[in-house]
Design a protein around this ligand. Structure first.
Ligand code: NAG
Length: 295
C-alpha cells in the first residue's frame, strides 16, 4: 500500500523553526552603516541586534525600494562594512570556525565570491551534502563548525580589498532559510591599505540580482495543500487538521509523518468527523484527481 507522507503538509505540520549561524573566525564582515544605507533601517536594526539570522528573514525587513541592497550577497552587508581585510597567499590553509546557534538540516559550502559579479570563482573550497542536521548533535560533528580551507591562487581576481570575499553559505531548504557570512581578503597585489573605501562597495550595483538557486523564497517551507483537489471540503480539512501538541496515535493526535490512505481516513474520522472522512474516502476511491496526492 502506498504511503502518502506529503499529505502531512496540508496539516501545516511543517514547523518553521528558525535556525541560526554565522562565521566566528576569521573575523567576518558585520552589519554596519553600509548595510543601513543599502538596505534600510529595519534590515540594519534587525541584523545588528542579531547577526545570526537568515537571508529570507532579512528580506522581509526590506521596506520600499532599496536598489543597492544585495541581500543574497553576504546577507546585504557591503564592503564598506568590512572590518579586517585579510592578506592571504595561494595555498594558505585557513582554519575557520562557524557558530551554529540553532541547527537545521541543510547543505553548506564555503566559496570565494567575486564581488563585482557576485559569482563564485572556481569550485567551493569545502562543501557538505548534509549540514547541521537536527537529528545529530553538533558535538558529534565538529567538522561542521571547525574546519580548514585552502586558498587557491586567485591573485589575479582578488588583488584588491573589496574584490572578493570568502563566503560561507548554509541552506536549509526545508524551512527556506539561507545563511551567509563573509570574510574579506585580498591576495597578492602588493601592500594595499586594508581600510575599506566606500567607492569599492558602490561600484557593483549592476549585479544586484539574487543567486538563481536560492532566489525563490519560501517555496519549500509550506508546500501547497495536496488534498484539496480531491476533497469537496478542503477548508474544513485544513481547519480540523491543524495540529495539536499532543503526541500518540488516535483522537486529537497530530498526523504521523508517514501514513496510508486508510490510516489517514481513520485519523480524519477521529479528528474531523465521519462526514469529512467519508467525503475524502469517496474522493480517493473515485480517483477523480489521481494526482491530488503528492507522493
Ligand atoms: C553551495 O550550495 C548551494 C546550496 O546547495 C548551491 O546552490 C550552490 O551552488 C553551492 N555553491 C557552489 C559554489 O557550488
Amino acid at each position: 500500500m502506498k504511503s502518502y507522507s506529503a499529505v502531512v503538509a496540508l496539516a501545516g505540520l511543517v514547523s518553521s523553526v528558525a535556525a541560526h549561524g554565522f562565521i566566528s573566525s576569521p573575523t567576518p564582515r558585520q552589519p554596519g552603516q553600509g548595510l543601513k544605507a543599502a538596505c534600510g533601517d529595519q534590515v540594519y536594526n534587525q541584523q545588528s541586534s542579531d547577526h545570526f539570522g537568515n537571508v529570507q528573514g532579512a528580506l522581509q525587513n526590506l521596506q520600499g525600494s532599496q536598489p543597492d541592497c544585495r541581500m543574497w550577497h553576504c546577507k546585504g552587508v557591503p564592503f564598506s562594512d568590512a572590518g579586517e581585510v585579510f592578506d592571504y597567499t595561494p595555498g594558505q590553509v585557513i582554519p575557520m570556525k562557524v557558530e551554529i546557534r540553532a541547527p537545521h538540516d541543510g547543505v553548506a559550502n564555503v566559496s570565494i565570491v567575486k564581488v563585482s559579479s557576485d559569482t563564485v570563482i572556481g569550485q567551493p573550497l569545502i562543501s557538505w551534502d548534509q549540514y547541521a542536521l537536527t537529528s545529530s548533535p553538533l558535538s558529534q560533528h565538529p567538522d561542521w563548525t571547525s574546519f580548514d580551507i585552502k586558498m587557491p591562487d586567485v591573485s589575479s581576481e582578488c588583488a584588491k580589498a573589496g574584490d572578493c570575499v570568502i563566503q560561507w553559505y548554509w541552506d536549509a531548504p526545508k524551512i527556506s532559510q539561507t545563511y551567509e557570512s563573509c570574510i574579506d581578503f585580498k591576495m597578492g597585489g602588493g601592500s594595499g591599505g586594508s581600510a575599506p573605501s566606500p567607492s569599492a562597495s558602490a561600484a557593483p550595483a549592476s549585479s544586484a540580482a539574487p543567486k538563481p538557486s536560492s532566489a525563490a523564497p519560501a517555496t519549500s517551507a509550506t508546500p501547497t495543500a495536496t488534498v484539496p483537489a480531491a476533497t469537496p471540503t478542503p477548508s474544513k480539512v485544513e481547519e480540523v487538521a491543524t495540529p495539536t501538541a499532543s503526541s500518540g496515535a488516535g483522537e486529537g493526535s497530530t498526523l504521523p509523518k508517514s501514513f496510508t490512505i486508510d490510516s489517514f481516513i481513520t485519523w480524519l474520522r477521529a479528528n474531523a468527523g465521519s462526514d469529512t472522512a467519508t467525503k475524502v474516502s469517496r474522493a480517493v476511491a473515485e480517483r477523480a484527481h489521481p494526482r491530488a496526492f503528492r507522493v
